[in-house]
Write a new protein. Sequence first.
Length: 308
Amino acid sequence: MNSFIFRNSEELLKLCKEHDSPIWEIMLRYEMQISSKKREPIMSKLLERLDVIFNGINASIEKPEVSPSKMAGESTAFLVKHINEFDKYADSLLLNEAAIRAMLGAIATGENNARMGVILAFPTAGAAGVLPGVMYGAKYKFSLSKKELINMMLTASAIGVIIANTATLSGAAGGCQAEVGSASAMAAAALTEVRGASPETTLQAAALALKNMIGLACDPIGGLVEVPCIKRNGIAAVFSMSASDMAFMGIKSFVPFDEVVRAMREVGDMMSPRIKETALGGLATTPTGQKVAKRMGLLKIGENPCTK
Ligand code: SF4
C-alpha cells in the first residue's frame, strides 16, 4: 500500500511527483491514512470547518462588538465601511479590494475570538485570522468555489504539518514567528496552489512568507490574544498575498523551505521567555500595555502569567 506520510517539504514534493498530484491531494491522502477514514467523511468535516470560518467572519461583520478589555472590536467596522464604498476610497488606498477584504476577514476573525465567538484555530487561536482572511480575499478575487476553499485548507494543513514536525506552531514555545509566521506560510502556500501553481512554486511562497517572519516576538498585552495579535493577523494576511504573488511571478526563496523552518526553530530556542506569551516583554510591558493589564486586573507589572 502507498504511504502518504511526509515529514518535510522534500518528502512532500516527492509524493506530489510520484502521484502526479497537487499538495492538497497528498494532504487529503495523508489524513485518510492517519485517520483510517475515507475521503467523503473528511471532506464533509472540512466543509463544516469552512462554515465555521466564514460564519465567524460574518458574525463580526454583522454585529461588531468591543471586547471586555476594550482593546479590540472596532476595526472590523472601519474595514466594512471601506469595502462597502470601495469605489469612493479606491483612489486614496494603495491596496486593491481583495487585499482589503483579506485584512477584513483576518481582523473580523480575531475580533470574533476576542468576544468569545466561535473560531477555527488554524493553526492556533492567536493566528486564526490569517488563512481565513486570505481565503476571504481570494474568494472575492477569483470567485472560488467551496471545493477550492477546502483545497486551500488542505494545502495550508500540509505546510502546518511540516512546521509542526520540524519546529512548533506555539507562541509559548517559539514566539509569534511560530504562530502568525506559520499561519502566513500556510496561507501563502494555499493561495499559490489554488491559483494553479505547481507544488514547487507553492512551497516557494511558504518559504518566502516564513522567512520574513523569523524573530517575531509573542508579546500580547495582559496575556490576552488581542493586541498585537488581531491587527498582526490582518497585516499578515496581506503579507501572505505578497509572498504568493512573488512566488507566482517566479521569485524564489534563496533558502529552501525546510531550512527556513529549521532556522525558525533555532531562533525560537534562542528567544527569551519574556517574549514567549508570558506578557513580560515587548508590547506587553510598554506603559500602554501595563496600564491595560493593571486596569483589567490581569497581571501585576512583571508578574509571570505562567506561574500565577
Ligand atoms: S503575539 Fe503571541 S498570542 Fe498573539 S498571535 Fe502572536 S503568538 Fe499568538
